[in-house]
Design a protein around this ligand. Structure first.
Ligand code: MRU
Length: 339
């Protein structure tokens, strides 16, 4: 581990305890640090649905441990795999991790061997993030300002983070002088989770309202927007947290560069383009109130898509642990990821 990784990598959202999975409850942060213990795979399904654990890589890792729990308890494995797969639709890391676990089951793996596979998925994610941190930071000119969206940090992964990993590495290398994080309405992943991670790490950062993004870019304070991904299609179109698309449009308008950082487990070469990506719709109640208190007039309705798709032509670089694709398109994606 490099010094950078060690000093900026203390938070862990998932802890395997041998017979249960302990999850840092991301619904409660930053006010309360509470853990949820999942003792069976159904509890893992519920934790993913309820956003106790969230972020594409973390969802995949949690699901892998859910498979281990099912095997330990002699549950119906097909049923467990199906329920885990249906927990959330957009982040392909979930399906990728379950396909990997299913292949091990097909090869005759017992619960112990499945635990080795789940641990490998978790360890590989951390290693990928550290590598992407170096690759992404190298693209950024010294002294730059950056903006990020949602939470792509240790909380969203095995550790270190994807986009936030690039920010951690970039700050350590002196390439990033200033960080702006968008609130990420309505669930406030940016305000509640990213700011918590940045403050914990002593990284100079300022929160902005999502609606301040274009004004911020016009000011010249940011040179890069750096975001994560939930699914990258075969042509480079990228699904990520709702609001990412409008950031990419504003970035192009203002000459700000746009970077997507995601491990290869987020790349879905079986999905031709962004049109084919299922966008999760969540309950209107997430928009109509906050913290259990209704903030909008009774009788009002709401539409709550929680992801959007940024077309590849608005992306300057996709950073993966396998390498960087600049100006992504189907050919360049295929060159790195195959058919
Ligand atoms: O709804 P969430 O919080 O699971 O959405 C998370 C995101 O959109 C992240 O940007 C993405 O999963 C990448 S996390 C490394």
């Amino acid at each position: 581990m490099t010094d950078t990784a060690a000093s900026h990598d203390s938070i862990r959202a998932l802890k395997w305890q041998g017979d249960h999975l302990r999850l840092l409850d991301q619904r409660k942060l930053p006010q309360r640090t509470e853990w949820v213990d999942c003792t069976d795979s159904q509890a893992v399904v519920q934790a993913i649905k309820d956003l106790v654990v969230r972020g594409a890589p973390a969802i995949g890792i949690a699901a892998a441990w859910g498979v281990v729990l099912a095997a330990q308890q002699g549950a119906d494995m097909d049923e467990a795999l199906l329920a885990l797969r249906a927990a959330r639709p957009t982040a392909v890391n979930l399906m990728w991790a379950l396909d990997r676990m299913r292949a091990r089951i097909a090869a005759g793996a017992d619960a112990q061997a499945l635990a080795v596979e789940a641990q490998a998925i978790q360890d590989e994610d951390l290693a990928a993030n550290r590598h992407m941190g170096q690759l992404g930071a190298a693209l950024i000119a010294p002294g730059s300002g950056v903006m990020t969206h949602c939470n792509t940090g240790s909380l969203a992964c095995a550790g270190f983070g994807t986009a936030l990993g690039v920010i951690r590495a970039g700050v350590s290398a002196g390439r990033i002088a200033e960080v702006f994080a968008g609130e990420t309405r309505p669930w406030l992943q940016g305000a509640r989770l990213t700011m918590w991670e940045l403050v914990n790490d002593g990284i100079p950062a300022q929160l902005v309202a999502d609606s301040a993004a274009a004004h911020l870019m016009k000011s010249g304070k940011v040179q890069w927007v750096i975001v994560g991904a939930d699914r990258i299609a075969a042509n480079g179109d990228t699904a990520n947290k709702i609001g990412t698309y409008q950031l990419a449009i504003a970035a192009r308008h203002h000459g700000v560069k746009f970077m997507v950082v995601a491990p290869s487990s987020t790349v879905d070469m079986a999905t031709a383009d962004g049109e084919a990506i299922e966008i999760e719709l969540r309950e209107p109640s997430e928009l109509l109130g906050y913290g259990g208190t209704r903030t909008v007039v009774e009788g009002a309705r709401a539409w709550n898509p929680v992801f959007d798709v940024t077309p590849a032509n608005l992306i300057d670089a996709i950073v993966t642990e396998r390498g960087v694709i600049e100006q992504p398109d189907a050919l360049r994606m295929q060159a790195l990821f195959g058919a």
